[in-house]
Design a protein around this ligand. Structure first.
Ligand code: SF4
Length: 432
């Protein structure tokens, strides 16, 4: 039997699809690429914007049209956050939310043997346990993303994710340790710890994110440990001190900003001010040599005036992000922001996105130029069409090196000799 996965959304979803694929392999299924014929299709959905829902709907229609006899399962954040809408999607044989994902294996076997439809949509509840899942491989060959936390209780006013993902719950350190040993044995050199609200890792277990990083750094064979997106208000001085003592820790801090205007941050229900954010950035830059600050920025939040946008833009320019994901606010049913007055027009949001993207592109190019002349270890990943190998430095600068023998999967020191708009160029310091 063949199973194919369509994964939408974030790295947490990608991890869960990998874990499901590994579990299906244990009961004899072969995972095939999503565009190939399969007996079972799993759509692991995202619901962060209404465009994500639209993608899920279209994918489901297309899959059913092209594969009338296959078993199709819809799972993930969309059916969990909007169960009534999901139940109207009759092309899916199985509809299961974001809880008890591994029960999909039983669901699939039941539908394959007896037909029928299965609906398993249960709301999240207080005290819910972290679902134990593990991966031994990831679709990238050198770096594996490992989910260690699920859920969020921050209720930012624009975000539906707390409804889709439920309360904060964390992977116990013992389980994490065993998973990391397996990944190391399978050749993964870099681990990226991810979660829905990663900064809250371990709160209910009596430990914290820094404990998970220290554990990951202690695993032989793992040479780098990186963190996913962080909430700025939850990174303490003590954490920074402990992280700075770990040579394997990659000093790239993805600090979710959303806006550089305090009034907008307040309406978003974010829990920090721009001044607090800047103080944290300065501390990181003092504590870690050659660190990079990356971020997400939303423009066009309801009620964002020209002055507020100007404040946000000026703040973003002042920080000088090494990389930023800029996106326009999009309305999400079921959130407070959706009911706020003064929604901006599409045109206004597009103009502000363009201005913010131009500023962050400029900052990125300037950051890459600061890397010129440094010797940095690069974990090589892929070979480009023009015969260059490319990979990332610890602070997540992309570096390209022209070389005629394979470099993928290994770390080599590189002298950075130049910078383009999106990557650095360099040369190996010594022959491998
Ligand atoms: S911290 Fe805010 S934006 Fe992030 S998942 Fe939680 S509610 Fe959503």
């Amino acid at each position: 039997m063949r199973v194919a996965f369509y994964t939408l959304g974030c790295k947490v979803n990608q991890y869960e699809s990998e874990a499901l694929s590994a579990a299906f392999a244990q009961i004899g299924f072969e995972t095939v690429p999503a565009d190939q014929p399969a007996d079972v299709y799993i759509i692991n959905s995202c619901t962060v914007t209404s465009a994500s829902d639209q993608k899920t709907r279209q994918l489901l229609h297309r899959l059913r049209r092209q594969n009338p006899d296959a078993v199709i399962a819809l799972t993930g954040c969309f059916p969990q956050a909007f169960p009534e809408r999901a139940l109207q999607m009759e092309e899916a044989d199985i509809i299961r939310g974001a809880r008890d994902r591994l029960k999909l294996l039983d669901d699939v076997q039941a539908v394959l043997s007896s037909g029928g439809r299965i609906h398993a949509l249960f709301p999240h509840e207080r005290g819910e346990a972290f679902e134990s899942m593990a991966i031994g491989r990831f679709h990238e060959r050198t770096r594996a993303f490992v989910k260690i936390e699920d859920g969020c209780d921050k209720y930012c006013s624009y975000c539906i994710i707390p409804k889709a993902r439920g309360p904060i719950r964390s992977k116990p350190l013992k389980e994490l340790e065993s998973e990391l040993h397996t990944l190391s044995a399978n050749g993964y050199r870099e681990i990226v710890l991810v979660g829905i609200n990663l900064s809250s890792y371990g709160r209910e277990l009596g430990c914290g994110l820094t404990d998970a990083v220290e554990l990951a750094c202690s695993v032989p064979g793992i040479e780098r440990v990186r963190l996913g997106s962080l909430e700025p208000e939850l990174l303490s001085d003590g954490d920074l001190m402990r992280l700075a003592k770990l040579p394997k820790f990659c000093p790239q801090f993805h600090l979710s900003l959303q806006s550089g205007c305090d009034e907008t941050l307040r309406r978003m229900n974010r829990r920090y001010t721009s001044a607090e954010y800047l103080t944290l950035v300065q501390k990181i830059r003092r504590t870690f040599e050659n660190s990079a600050i990356t971020t997400d920025i939303m423009v066009g939040f309801p009620g964002e005036t020209e002055e507020e946008f100007g404040e946000s833009l000026a703040f973003v320019k002042a920080v000088g992000f090494a990389r930023a994901h800029v996106f326009a606010y999009s309305r999400r049913t079921g959130t407070r922001a959706d009911r706020m007055p003064c929604q901006l027009t599409r045109r206004e949001k597009e103009c502000r996105s363009a201005a913010m993207i131009a500023a962050t592109n400029e900052a990125r190019a300037a950051f890459l130029r600061t890397q010129t002349g440094l010797v940095e270890p690069v974990l090589f990943e892929t070979c480009t069409a023009d015969g260059c190998y490319e990979g990332y430095t610890p602070n997540y600068s992309l570096v390209r090196v022209k070389y005629d023998k394979p470099l993928s999967g290994k770390i080599f020191p590189v002298l950075i000799t130049g910078a383009e708009a999106e990557y650095c160029t360099g040369q190996l310091v010594q022959e491998p």
